[in-house]
Design a binder for this molecule. Structure first.
Ligand code: SF4
Length: 393
């Protein structure tokens, strides 16, 4: 059994106008105590998962690049002592342009980070301001060059499109400038206007017009074709990896989620999935630190730590449904019928005959893979993927 480890870093300089993530601005003074708590939580997990083999570690946020190198040193000391990190373990850091320097990234590379994911969102200066980002287009260029010089050969760029003020030409320009940097990976999402965000408030007050759904679909189709021509494999609904004969650049950490494999979530608000139990940690930074300091007062044992506020046992049929819709997100591979049967001792057609036949009939899924034994979305299915997934939720 190989695990993936997600470590949440809930600190940001300011909240972006579209963001509803579990993150907090202006609390950087809590970083040292927070990191001590993370080390404690890793120690507790290592007590009940032993050995503790890891093949991916992902520091997500928030803005993990706000954490000083000395704090990461503490975390890596604990990881090297308490877990068994695979030789080719993917170790990713989410970073914001404007928060990194060449010495900082060089130190992180030396600590074993080997993948970096920059949240650039757009290469258009006006977009960055309207989204409430704290960085400029020049910061993006600097951060990218620093990362290359520091020795990162696996760089992801996170982008958002379908912005309320954005037309197709503006998105084409934004994407083409990002492609010119030649990263190894892209994650591209359509903007969701979430309640509680500034953008949502502006909508409510009539300061913005609703997004045009057809334009969103046009942007998605353009992105698929453009990145294909630029040499990127579209392997997941919102993710593209550079085609390369010698290296693979799919995000191994996220593959663990899409293949419905176990992962451990450490930190405030982190989620995990261990031994068919989903876990959720307390969300606030102070609450998290307090719970970890008072570990003796809380129940501890697989899969719970003092930070756990909820556990949900996933029954067999839900595991099978999750495995279907998550794997259908993998647009190249789809659902492997062999893998499904090995995992559950039942065939896909035994469990989901009705749904599969209906979706095949509608032309939304098709047979694929080397032995034609995988079920994957068709191009038409890709455009209405959420409706396909609903058949399994
Ligand atoms: S930097 Fe990322 S996590 Fe932080 S507020 Fe902006 S979008 Fe949210």
């Amino acid at each position: 059994m190989n695990y993936s480890l997600y470590i949440h870093i809930p600190f940001c300089i300011q909240r972006c106008h579209y963001c509803d993530f579990n993150t907090y601005a202006g609390k950087e003074s809590l970083i040292p105590d927070y990191v001590d708590s993370l080390v404690e939580e890793i120690r507790i997990v290592s007590e009940y998962i032993s050995p503790f083999p890891l093949h991916s570690i992902y520091f997500g946020g928030g803005t993990p690049s706000l954490v000083p190198v000395t704090e990461y040193q503490k975390l890596f000391n604990a990881l090297f002592e308490l877990t068994s990190i695979a030789e080719k373990c993917e170790i990713s850091l989410e970073a914001n342009p404007g928060t990194v320097s060449l010495p900082y990234l060089t130190s992180l590379r030396a600590l074993s980070f080997n993948r970096i994911s920059f949240g650039i969102q757009s290469t258009n200066a006006r977009d960055l301001i309207r989204l409430g980002r704290t960085h400029t287009v020049d910061d993006i260029l600097d951060a990218f060059v620093f990362a290359r010089r520091a020795g990162f050969h696996n760089i992801n760029l996170d982008m958002i499109n379908h912005l309320p003020w954005q037309d197709l030409t503006a998105w084409e320009n934004s994407l083409s400038r990002a492609v010119a940097l030649a990263p190894e990976h892209f994650s591209i999402y359509s903007l969701m206007i979430e309640p509680g965000t500034s953008l949502h408030d502006w909508y409510q007050r009539g300061l913005m017009t609703p997004q045009d759904e057809d334009l969103g679909a046009d942007m998605y189709e353009f992105t698929i074709d453009y990145l294909d021509r630029a040499g990127y494999e579209h392997y997941e609904i919102s993710n593209w990896a550079k085609r390369d004969e010698e290296n693979q650049f799919r995000c191994m950490h996220n593959m663990q989620y899409w293949l419905n494999q176990p992962y451990i979530g450490i930190g405030a608000g982190a989620h995990g999935y261990i031994n068919t139990i989903r876990t959720e940690n307390v969300s606030g930074i102070e609450n998290y630190i307090t719970r970890m300091r008072k570990r003796g007062e809380f129940r501890v044992g697989l899969p719970e730590t003092p930070a756990t506020i909820r556990t949900t046992k996933i029954d067999d049929i839900t595991q099978m449904k999750d495995s279907m819709w998550l794997a259908l997100r993998l647009v190249k591979d789809g659902v492997s019928l062999d893998r499904f049967e090995r995992s559950f001792g039942k065939s896909v057609l035994e469990v989901f005959k009705e749904q599969v036949e209906e979706l095949l009939h509608l032309g939304l899924i098709e047979w694929g893979g080397l032995k034609q034994s995988n079920l994957k979305l068709t191009r038409r299915g890709l455009m209405v993927a959420n409706q396909v997934f609903l058949r399994f939720i």
